[in-house]
Design a protein around this ligand. Structure first.
Ligand SMILES: CC(C)(COP(=O)(O)OP(=O)(O)OC[C@H]1O[C@@H](n2cnc3c(N)ncnc32)[C@H](O)[C@@H]1OP(=O)(O)O)[C@@H](O)C(=O)NCCC(=O)NCCS
Length: 189
């Protein structure tokens, strides 16, 4: 079973060690809210399906510079702190089983990286990690889709996603495209 993967972020302030792992909604909700829903109330950051047994939440958490200890995460509510600290949740992505054009598919929701760590590989690492995680849950489901914010569309395109709709507006979150991708196997790289 795929549970965690460690990697190094190449940040402007130097390398930071991080662990990416499957977590629960409590582990990521503060970051999801801060990046994707603030200043709306925290409740608006909860999605139908967050607690479904097949839903998978992936979080990236900073590790201590000198230790491998990730057990004592007590900073998950610090999405707005000035400096990211060990234990902070700095990336989040949620995958829910939700049909695409009447066929079984994974819907990617709530994808976000803490603002000061964007462009350091957090987002792409989560999408790569998701392959193994999702294959464990539903081996035959390979279709991915999401409602992508228009400014984020080039990020998804870089990772092989394709725009599959005209632009449309979600009132709480602005202009979007629907985008799709196929979950590649590890051997396809
Ligand atoms: C979209 C988002 C999750 C990307 O996360 P990230 O951690 O910055 O992504 P990565 O660092 O892995 O970026 C991978 C590549 O995509 C590029 N990239 C990231 N965001 C981009 C964007 N908006 N436009 C163009 N390129 C982008 C990176 O520069 C990097 O390029 P490289 O491989 O040539 O170095 C992040 O920008 C974010 O949280 N945005 C605000 C919230 C949001 O819009 N979420 C998506 C909702 S659908």
């Amino acid at each position: 079973m795929t549970r965690a993967r460690r990697f190094t972020l190449d940040t402007p302030a130097g390398p930071r060690h991080a662990e990416m792992r499957v977590t629960d909604i409590a582990g990521i909700i503060a970051l999801r809210h801060a990046i994707l829903r603030a200043p709306l109330p925290r409740d608006t950051a909860h999605f139908d399906g967050d607690d479904a047994p097949t839903t998978r939440h992936i979080g990236v958490f900073l590790l201590d510079a000198d230790t491998d200890n990730i057990d004592n995460i007590d900073n998950i509510d610090n999405a707005n702190d000035a400096d990211p600290a060990p234990g902070d949740n700095v990336g989040c992505a949620t995958f829910m089983l939700n049909n695409w054009r009447d066929a079984p598919a994974w819907q990617l929701r709530g994808m976000a990286t803490r603002a000061d760590l964007r462009g350091c590989g957090v987002g792409s690492a989560m999408l790569h990690f998701a392959r193994a995680v999702l294959t464990d849950v539903a081996p035959h489901v390979t279709q991915l889709w999401c409602n992508a914010r228009v400014p984020a569309a080039p990020f998804y395109e870089k990772l092989g996603w394709t725009i599959a709709s005209d632009e449309f507006v979600i009132p709480t979150a602005g202009p979007h495209f629907r985008m799709t991708a196929v979950l590649a196997s590890e051997n396809d790289e």
